[in-house]
Design a protein around this ligand. Structure first.
Ligand SMILES: [Zn+2]
Length: 354
């Protein structure tokens, strides 16, 4: 089994907001949640033991200032101070597990290499998952200058946008660019060496951000607009610009970003397979002329569950199927290793070393 690098998992959000004990196997989390009246929005697919079982040894783990509510109007914090507090709480979740030796925090190149070696040395899965700390959305950053505080707290990556307009920029489903504060935010990020995740930027914000920000950029969980229309996906021009900047783009596993016309509760997830996601990866590889800019950023349990994931995925352990699909399509082992983990590892070797 390949080592896997998953570039987008909202683990602390699931633990704190959805009240999931991620130290349990997925099977047990589901069993517990099925007895609840106001249960989860979907069947859980991610937990630490299932990451280990699937050899997902390195991840980008987020802080996500969002609420878990059935009413979609109520998923955003009404005050930025509460969003700030929530992200600090999620950070404490990761740190508690680090203190127990249950997971490893990766904050520099040597820790990254140690973590990768730990998983590559043999086929044993009983070892800690390593994570790089990121934040999705920026409502929880109270001012551009507060980037310094978050940086000191260990935040390595920021994706300023999420859904709709925010204080710094416009995100998915909204039109507009960066605010004056948003431009300042990017300047502060570059000053402290924080990496920019462009996922969820509106088109205007995307181009403005690339203009202002000179540091390393990635697209943690992002598919192709040529295959699935809509502003949540990257245009060919955006993909080309990212390739030029040395970015890696993580393939996302949320059904509505995989095939066109997906309708929640209507489209059968069994009509969608991991093969359909590989189409996006393959599309980017063809645009790039190589396989060096693709990775996986599954976003599993990022507000949806098994009912909105490809039918041939039961838990996050099934990310392994990605490798055999690439193999069947004639990708050489070197490229498969790159897509499964190597491209993101190399990206962070460069980015964390700068
Ligand atoms: Zn997202």
């Amino acid at each position: 089994m390949n080592l896997i690098f998953d570039a987008h998992l909202d683990l602390a959000w699931n633990a704190c907001e959805w009240n999931r004990d991620l130290k349990l196997p997925v099977k047990e989390i589901r069993k517990f949640e099925r007895q609840l009246e106001d249960g989860p929005m979907g069947d859980c697919t991610v937990s630490w033991p299932n990451l280990q079982k699937g050899r997902v040894g390195v991840v980008i783990a987020t802080l996500l200032p969002r609420l878990k509510r059935r009413d979609s109007e109520m998923t955003f914090f009404q005050s930025r101070e509460a969003a700030y507090a929530s992200c600090n709480g999620q950070l404490s979740y990761y740190r508690a597990l680090v203190e127990q030796g249950f997971i490893n925090e990766i904050s520099n190149v040597s820790e990254l290499d140690t973590q990768v070696d730990l998983w590559l040395k043999d086929s044993d899965n009983d070892r800690p998952v390593g994570f790089i700390l990121s934040m999705e959305g920026s409502n929880s950053i109270l001012s551009p200058g507060q980037i310094h505080e978050w940086h000191e707290k260990g935040l390595k990556i920021l994706g300023p946008a999420h859904y709709g307009p925010g204080p710094y920029c416009h995100g998915t489903g909204s039109e507009g660019g960066l605010s004056a504060e948003g431009r300042e935010l990017l300047v502060e990020m570059q000053q402290v060496g924080m990496l920019l995740d462009v996922t969820h930027f509106s088109d205007e914000s995307f181009w403005e951000a690339l203009e202002i920000f000179d540091g390393p950029v990635l697209a943690s969980h992002h598919n192709c607009r040529s295959l699935v229309p809509g502003d949540r996906q990257l245009t060919d021009e955006q993909i080309k610009a990212l390739i030029e900047r040395g970015a890696v783009i993580g393939a996302s596993f949320d059904c509505w970003m995989i095939v066109p016309g997906w309708k929640k509760g209507v489209t059968d997830p069994n009509d969608i397979s991991i093969e359909d996601i590989v189409n996006h990866t393959d599309y980017i590889c063809q645009l790039a002329g190589n396989a060096k800019h693709c990775g996986i950023g599954s976003d599993l349990d990022g507000g949806f569950g098994k009912e909105q994931s490809p039918g041939d995925l039961e838990t996050v352990s099934d990310l392994q199927k990605f490798a055999s699909i690439l193999e069947n399509r004639g990708y050489p082992q070197e490229d498969i290793d790159g897509i499964m983990y190597g491209n993101f590892v190399n990206f962070f070797r460069r980015a964390l070393g700068e």
